[in-house]
Design a protein around this ligand. Structure first.
Ligand SMILES: [Zn+2]
Length: 173
């Protein structure tokens, strides 16, 4: 039994299920799956993925049905401000000892590793174009600075090193 605060495992022992086709097992747990990120959004570090699944044994293998819930964060596609959201994804996935690439998942002899399925399901459901608000008008310097305002020193800038003048003439393109 995991200690309090410890994320649950994604590896399910299925030896008993195998012997009794038709049996079902509820699978409710929250797991830590590091590195869930696409270029537009990610699951914040340390946040857990919530599994609410039912595992059913069928002659061909096992079927996992239910939902995955997770939090995500990413920049608004228009104003770049930080956007956070939650997603709930319905799924029905099949696990087989000889999986079909891109269609079903690998079922081990005694263990069923849910991680590849959970990882891919989250990745393909992360938002590709987060939006802070349907009414977002995009970069508006006063309200949504696309680049954080710089803290300019109040006092006069120190005298410029004359050698820099030479750099001004170079095309650093
Ligand atoms: Zn926005």
């Amino acid at each position: 039994m995991p200690a309090a605060g410890h994320a649950g495992s994604l590896v399910e022992h299925v030896a008993e299920l195998r012997r009794r086709p038709g049996t079902r097992r509820e699978l409710r747990r929250s797991v830590l799956v590091p590195g869930l990120a696409v270029t537009t959004a990610s699951v914040p570090e340390g946040r857990l993925v919530d599994l609410d699944l039912e595992l059913e044994w069928i002659p061909e293998g096992a079927v996992a049905t239910g939902t995955l819930g997770f939090a995500w964060r990413g920049p608004c596609r228009r104003c770049l401000s930080d956007v956070e959201g939650v997603a709930s994804v319905e799924l029905r996935e099949i696990f087989e000892t000889r999986p079909t690439e891109g269609e079903t998942w690998l079922l081990g002899v005694d263990e069923l590793d849910l991680e590849p399925m959970v990882r891919e399901t989250v990745l393909v459901n992360l938002p590709l174009a987060p939006l802070c608000d349907d009414a977002c008008q995009g970069p508006a310097p006063e309200d949504f600075p696309a680049v954080p305002a710089r803290d300019e020193p109040a006092e006069a800038a120190p005298a410029r090193d004359p050698r820099w003048a030479a750099l001004d003439d170079l095309d650093l393109g």
